[in-house]
Design a protein around this ligand. Structure first.
Ligand code: ADP
Ligand code: MG
Length: 258
């Protein structure tokens, strides 16, 4: 498997200095995410998941420590090789679906013809064929999130950073989105760093689950999830699946309830 897209977090600490208090959002975090792996960050609200993801994206400097991608230090310069997706779709309402998906191409450049063919192909694979010229308001929340997934993938980043991307949709839509993501991911095995609150989502999607705790934000445990791929929703009902869920829950509880 490709080692491209390897993320190395070395002794990362991040302190937010407020007027009244000082928050240690991350303290001495060491983490290696191997290229091509699907890794989830899980933990209660406030344990530094978003801070860590933003630091990997270069959106937020660390207070101490460093992060590198394929041996190169992360800086605040945007890179084509890293794409980020958030909880809300953040689509531009005045642009059509295809125009939204093509947005990163306009910002970062590239061969428009090749990339618009790729955009159409991604939309098709995500079950959005025929909606290219619709506007976001005409789509359901789940469909809009699939559009953002296509937009994330259009410039073919090496690393996908996803901050609770399916947190705002209902359970059925969420399962559909999980499977769409896995299908798209299995095609080319990018590195994915996926933030979630859901133990079952983390176990279902990931090769590795990084369990984080708060006060200060830190890594409590890293759990390997060895289920074969491709996976199907049915594995959620297996005793093994349950065993891994329990393992993650125990690691979370070990970090102290909030
Ligand atoms: P998570 O994503 O796990 O919920 P965050 O990384 O958002 O956690 O936040 C970690 C801690 O840092 C929290 O206590 C949060 O209140 C604090 N924090 C996050 N961003 C800021 C900021 N821009 N300024 C001050 N404090 C922040
Ligand atoms: Mg967060």
């Amino acid at each position: 498997m490709s080692t491209k897209g390897t993320v190395q977090v070395n002794n990362a600490s991040k302190v937010y200095e407020g007027k009244a208090k000082r928050i240690e959002a991350l303290k001495e975090v060491d983490l290696t995410i191997r290229g091509g792996q699907f890794v989830s960050l899980i933990g209660r609200s406030g344990c530094g998941k978003s801070t860590l993801l933003r630091a990997i994206a270069g959106l937020h400097p660390l207070t101490h420590g460093s992060i590198s991608i394929d041996g190169e230090p992360v800086t605040d310069q945007p890179r084509r090789s890293v794409g980020m997706m958030f909880q809300r779709p953040v689509l531009l309402p005045w642009r059509t679906v295809i125009q939204n998906v093509m947005l990163p191409v306009e910002v970062m450049g590239g061969d428009r013809e090749v990339l618009s063919a790729r955009a159409l192909e991604l939309l098709h694979r995500a079950g959005l064929g025929g909606y290219e010229n619709s506007y976001p308001a005409q789509l359901s929340g789940g469909m809009q999130q699939r559009v953002s997934l296509c937009r994330l993938l259009v410039v073919d980043p090496e690393i996908l950073l996803m901050d609770e991307p399916f947190g705002a949709v209902d359970e059925f839509t969420r399962e559909r989105l999980q499977d769409d993501l896995i299908d798209l991911w299995e095609n080319d095995h990018k590195t994915v760093v996926f933030v979630t609150h859901s133990i079952s989502e983390a176990v279902y999607l990931s090769d590795q689950v990084v369990v984080m705790g708060a006060g200060p934000g830190r890594v409590l445990d890293v759990i390997d999830i060895p289920f074969e791929r491709p996976r199907a929703q049915a594995i959620r009902r297996s005793p093994d699946f349950n065993r891994y869920e329990v393992m993650v829950r125990e690691a979370l509880d070990g970090g102290g309830a909030l």
